[in-house]
Write a protein that binds this ligand. Sequence first.
Ligand SMILES: Cc1cc2nc3c(=O)[nH]c(=O)nc-3n(C[C@H](O)[C@H](O)[C@H](O)COP(=O)(O)O)c2cc1C
Length: 202
Amino acid sequence: MKLLHLDSSILGDSSASRQLSHAVVDAWQAVEPDVRVIYRDLASDALGHLSAASLVAAGTPAELRDAAQRHEAELSESTLDEFLAADAIVIGAPMYNFALPSQLKAWIDRITVAGKTFSYTENGPQGLAGSKKVVIVSTSGGVHAGQPSGAAHEDYLKFVLGFVGISDIQVVRAEGLAYGEEPRAAAMKAAEQQVGELFAIA
Ligand SMILES: Cc1cc2nc3c(=O)[nH]c(=O)nc-3n(C[C@H](O)[C@H](O)[C@H](O)COP(=O)(O)O)c2cc1C
């Protein structure tokens, strides 16, 4: 089984989502030893934003692309292929300014591709990305789950994954992390328990 592990926190070693996403991957490997992990750090190895140049590169026949267009097209294609090949995905998704990190949004922009991961039919949009399992690790300084303030964060991520056809989505959430040392420790402990429950190793 191929497991794509994404982190997007800009907070390095003090990142809550990195700690928890690694706990999820460790737990997954403990119950399924044949898991092959592909790790992508979207913060330290950031994808460029989808741009006019990206679209022009994609629309230019391979043999006519210049070096910059080849690089751009390769970036889009390899990111999409890596996503499509994954059986499972663990996404570290911190909240920054009530939204996902722009680095994670840049990844979403590369994998949400008409004709590849979704299509529009006469009955409306159809997801094409197959039966992947996804675990979202959602972290935030405040408490936003189920609130309008969480719409552009966890809710958006769930929506866009659903749009490309993924329905098996679990969330490990640590929220209220900015409320002080004790609440942070309690939130992290609760999230680690969620990981244990998810993989029945609590
Ligand atoms: C640039 C930045 C913006 C943030 N914006 C918000 C926010 O809008 N709402 C919130 O509840 N927490 C916010 N936080 C707090 C983070 O969500 C919190 O620190 C969380 O642990 C981030 O996950 P990470 O540690 O994996 O990076 C922000 C933190 C940073 C660094």
